[in-house]
Design a protein around this ligand. Structure first.
Ligand code: WQD
Length: 341
């Protein structure tokens, strides 16, 4: 068994797929998750894929003493991949303090403990939302960080700044921030996938829930954007491709291959697709027609965002292998599994 890796939020959508890839690469994984946006049943899904049930502790990282206690009991952690955070853009606007507490105080308590251990390797789950409405496309890691348009986006920007300052103060502390574009899809085994609570905020689960009959119709938020078909453009990346990038980034730190002790990488396909193109892709892979209507724009949406993947491809040595149709087909297969059509 290779090194022991802590995955916070490891029962979540991206976290669980990353745990599977870590185990597939021989890592010994321990998960911390407070199940505020996930369920312990995900452990069974991970086990059914890899045959290894990861260690798991139900800890709320907002309780500093519990974080200190965890690290007092686990001295041999070689790396940490930090997913645990709230991530609903709209919710963050209405409840900013929940986001600042849950996304930043937990990060600080984690960093305080890791920073004291001699093996400090930290992977941070960041987001393309830090770029806001980018001035040019595709978006590179040097694109200016725009003022956040939501407290959620601000917690990612501030989170990166906090980590950068820790790296500056302690050159033995190594970190990589991974800026995700739009993660979609599910593991092909249909053992794990996205489990949105309540009405899905994101496009793909709303599409699959409409198709399976849970939702009446998809509302497309605006078709008057300055894009080819008027709908917003995003970079939809298969969650398994995204998970594999985390293992590669972690090993870059474990093997001391990083150029500096704080690096940032965009994780996307490099391809932008509009909402209507996503709908067309779904209709093709599901061989069905989707009920949808055009409604006014959603506040906070940017017109277009897709990644320049040069740094991830050439420096990190990672690139996506699954395309939009494959990602959407996996999401549909998962939806049919969990809501038995
Ligand atoms: C995509 C497009 C909507 C729902 C998300 C996360 C954010 C970050 C990036 C990780 C937009 C349109 C959506 C619907 C629609 N990920 N849409 N009808 O807003 O790009 O951001 O990915 O950090 O945290 O929130 O993703 O899926 O909500 O929207 O028309 O019912 O689909 O307007 O153009 P978004 P999304």
């Amino acid at each position: 068994m290779k090194s022991k890796i802590l995955v916070t939020g490891g029962l979540g959508f991206i976290g669980s797929h990353t745990v599977v890839e870590l185990q597939a690469n021989g890592y010994d994984v321990i998960i911390i998750d407070n199940c505020s946006n996930s369920t312990e049943k995900v452990l069974e899904g991970i086990y059914n894929i890899t045959g290894i049930r990861p260690d798991y502790e139900n800890i709320d990282l907002r309780i500093k003493n519990d974080v200190v206690d965890f690290f007092s009991r686990h001295k041999n952690i070689a790396g940490v991949i930090h997913f645990a955070a709230s991530k609903a853009v709209g919710e963050s606007v209405h409840n900013p303090l929940l986001y600042y507490e849950n996304n930043l105080s937990t990060l600080i308590y984690l960093l305080q403990q890791i920073n004291e251990s001699n093996q400090s390797n930290f992977i941070f789950s960041s987001s393309c939302t830090v770029y806001g409405e980018a001035d040019s496309l595709p978006i590179t890691e040097n694109a200016p960080i725009k003022p956040a348009i939501s407290p959620y986006g601000n917690t990612k920007q501030v989170g990166e700044e906090i980590i950068k300052d820790v790296c500056f103060a302690n050159t033995d502390f190594q970190a990589i921030a991974l800026r995700y574009f739009n993660p979609i899809g599910a593991h092909d085994s249909t053992q794990i996938g996205e489990l949105p609570i309540g009405v899905p905020l994101n496009l793909i689960p709303y599409i699959t829930q409409t198709a399976i009959g849970i939702r009446k119709e998809l509302s497309i938020y605006g078709d008057d954007y300055p894009t080819e078909d008027g709908t917003c453009v995003r970079d939809y990346i298969h969650v398994v491709d995204l998970a594999k990038a985390h293992v590669i980034a972690l090993e870059r730190l474990l093997n001391n291959k990083a150029n500096t002790n704080f690096e940032v990488f965009n994780l996307g396909t490099g391809i932008g697709n509009s909402v209507l193109e996503v709908v067309q892709s779904f209709e093709k892979v599901s061989n069905s027609s989707l009920n949808y209507k055009i409604v006014p724009r959603r506040s906070g949406d940017v017109t277009a965002a897709y990644a320049d993947t040069t740094l991830a491809n050439e420096v990190l040595g990672w690139k996506t292998s699954l395309n939009l149709d494959q990602a959407i087909a996996s999401a549909w297969k998962w939806e049919q599994k969990i809501n038995k059509k």
